[in-house]
Structures are given as structure tokens and as C-alpha cells.
Design a protein around this ligand. Structure first.
Ligand SMILES: COC[C@@H]1[C@H](c2ccc(C#Cc3ccccc3)cc2)[C@@H]2CN(C(=O)Nc3ccc(OC4CC4)cc3)C[C@@H](O)[C@@H](O)CN12
Length: 293
């Protein structure tokens, strides 16, 4: 059938074979998943295989309360300054919090509790109300753990998240103002460092790393904390592959979790493994328009 047949009406006297609606279309010449999305799918598969449930991370704007205060990160911590964090001009504040929980967070920061001496400072609700672009997906983990603590009966859980986070950092070849954080969280009774090490072994083995090394580290919300290293055969050297730790009681107990419940967690980025996998040295080759700056 041609346009000429249609124009001249010649089609009326011709015989056509029946149209095959089941025929496959012409395969598209081009088109492929973005490398970051391919690696995200690989990570998601690993977490799902290990029995983890994905957290709802589709809200980039967070309150300082859930991003910092709920994680026992003090209000004077440098990461909470505008030179590290993007604060929202509008809407500037969030005011609806579970007030009984907020009071327990205020107390554990200012005068301590649960065996902790706290930070002994004048905790201000105005600081906690400030809206920001979340600096880590651990803010979502905090929301999920609080929700878990409200259940009548505690049931162990395994959560994961893979989504964008935002930091007001100096941009360079490997750092942009936003990156994707990958985070795994396990809540169960009597968990400790040995459980964390064994789950990290299981997780990173699926990434091709069969020998990990750990280095003591510091995070405001985990104690102990460990940086994770692995020997990368392709690069022929040890590389840092993430950070991890056991969430502090000052974070978990104000939520209302039973005091024998521990939470172990770890994080890494999506960009770093993707750049290594595809042999990229500049993160701009991964994201953003292809322009020669
Ligand atoms: C501001 O930047 C932080 C980011 C990002 C990171 C670091 C820590 C966390 C975390 C956490 C955490 C800790 C405790 C509890 C909950 C979450 C999340 C992301 C990567 C974490 N890093 C990182 O991803 N490295 C990495 C990971 C996988 C990988 O796979 C191989 C190719 C197959 C290779 C490399 C380590 C470094 O790149 C580091 O220099 C940069 N880090």
C-alpha cells in the first residue's frame, strides 16, 4: 500500500494479504539503559535476593529533624551548615512532627538519657524544622525505623534504598552536588558487629569482592562505625567501597524500639561503582550533557 495508491484510488481494485497484527515492529536502531540505571538494577537485584524490602525514597525534600536530629546528629555539627547542606528557601520549614517523639529527641540531645549523657546543648525546635534537600537516604531509614517502632509487636526487618542525595560540596572530577546513595538496614534483636561483617561479606561477594577489610571510622549516628575496603583485581589495588555501623541507642530508643533491638546499616554510592565498571574517570561522563567545559 503506497501513498500513490491512496491518492489515485488504485487501492480499491487491488488484493491485499490480511494485516498481521502479531508481527513484531522494526527493532529500534538505538536506545539503551543509562549505565547508572543498569547498575541500580544490579544492586536492587542483590538486595531483593537477600530478602530486603525497598524503602519509599521518592521525597527529596526532608526536614532537618528526620535528616539530622532523629539520627542524634547535634545541631551544631558542621554537616548541618549551609556550606554542606542545601536548605530550602520555600517551603522553609516543616512543623508537623510526632510531638512525643520530638520531645524525647530534644531530651536525648540536650540532657541525655538511656544511659547517654547527650550533647548538653540548648536544642532548638526551629533548627529541626528547617527543610533541606536530604543529605543521605539514612533520613528515610530513620522514618522507616520510627514507623517500625510504632508497631504493636516488633518484627525484624531488612530495608534498602537506592536514590539521590544532595550535598553542597566543592565540585570536582568525582564529586557533584548530587549522587545516588545505596543503603542497607537490618533491624533485629541482639545484632552486633559480627552480624554486620557477615552481611557485608554476603552483599559485596555478589559484587565480586571476596575479601574485605574494615577500618574504624566515625559517624554521628553509628557506634561502632567502619569504613569498608576491598581489593579490586581490575585496578590492582585496595579501594574504599563504603561505610557502615551499628545505629546508636540515642537514635533508636527515643523512637520506642525495644532495648534489645539493634540496627546495623551500611552505605555506598552508585556513581563510584558505575564509573569503575565503565572505566570512567570524570563523573561528568556519566551525567549531564556531553559538553567540553
Ligand atoms: C560524600 O561521598 C560519600 C561517598 C559514598 C558514600 C559513603 C558513605 C555512605 C554511607 C553510609 C552509612 C553508614 C552507616 C549507616 C548507614 C549509612 C554512603 C555513600 C561513597 C562510598 N564509596 C563507594 O561507594 N565506593 C565504591 C563502592 C562500590 C564499588 O564497586 C566496585 C566496582 C564494583 C566501588 C567503589 C567509597 C568512596 O567512593 C568514597 O570516597 C565516596 N563515598
Amino acid at each position: 500500500l503506497t501513498s500513490e495508491m491512496l491518492l489515485t484510488g488504485a487501492w480499491k481494485t487491488l488484493q491485499f494479504k490480511p494485516y498481521n497484527f502479531d508481527a513484531l515492529g522494526q527493532p529500534p536502531e538505538c536506545g539503551h539503559l543509562h549505565p547508572l540505571l543498569k547498575v541500580r538494577s544490579e544492586f536492587r537485584e542483590i538486595f531483593l535476593e537477600l530478602g530486603f524490602t525497598e524503602m519509599p525514597t521518592n521525597q527529596y525534600i526532608e526536614s532537618s529533624f528526620w535528616n539530622f536530629d532523629a539520627l542524634f546528629q547535634p545541631q551544631q555539627h558542621p554537616a548541618r551548615d549551609a556550606h554542606d547542606t542545601f536548605f530550602m528557601a520555600s517551603p522553609t520549614v516543616t512543623t508537623d512532627f510526632p510531638m512525643d517523639y520530638l520531645e524525647r529527641v530534644k531530651k536525648v540531645h540536650s540532657t541525655g538519657g538511656y544511659g547517654s549523657q547527650g550533647y548538653r546543648y540548648d536544642w532548638k525546635i526551629e533548627e529541626a524544622q528547617k527543610n533541606l534537600l536530604r543529605t543521605h537516604t539514612t533520613a528515610v531509614s530513620a522514618r522507616m525505623l520510627y514507623k517500625l517502632a510504632q508497631q504493636k509487636e516488633f518484627v525484624p526487618q531488612k530495608y534498602f534504598s537506592i536514590d539521590k542525595v544532595f550535598r553542597n560540596e566543592t565540585l570536582d572530577a568525582t564529586h557533584l552536588a548530587e549522587f545516588h546513595q545505596v543503603e542497607g538496614v537490618i533491624a533485629d534483636r541482639g545484632l552486633g558487629l559480627a552480624d554486620l561483617i557477615s552481611v557485608l561479606d554476603a552483599f559485596f561477594k555478589r559484587l565480586g569482592f571476596d575479601k574485605l577489610q574494615f577500618k574504624p571510622a566515625y559517624n554521628p549516628y553509628t557506634e561502632p562505625s567502619m569504613e569498608i575496603f576491598a581489593y579490586h583485581n581490575g585496578l590492582g589495588k585496595w579501594i574504599e567501597i563504603g561505610n557502615s555501623g551499628v545505629f546508636r541507642p540515642e537514635m533508636l530508643l527515643p523512637m520506642g524500639l525495644p532495648d534489645d533491638v539493634n540496627v546495623i546499616a551500611w552505605g555506598l554510592s552508585l556513581e563510584r561503582p558505575t564509573m569503575i565498571k565503565y572505566g570512567l574517570n570524570n563523573i561528568r561522563d556519566l551525567v549531564g550533557p556531553k559538553v567540553d567545559l
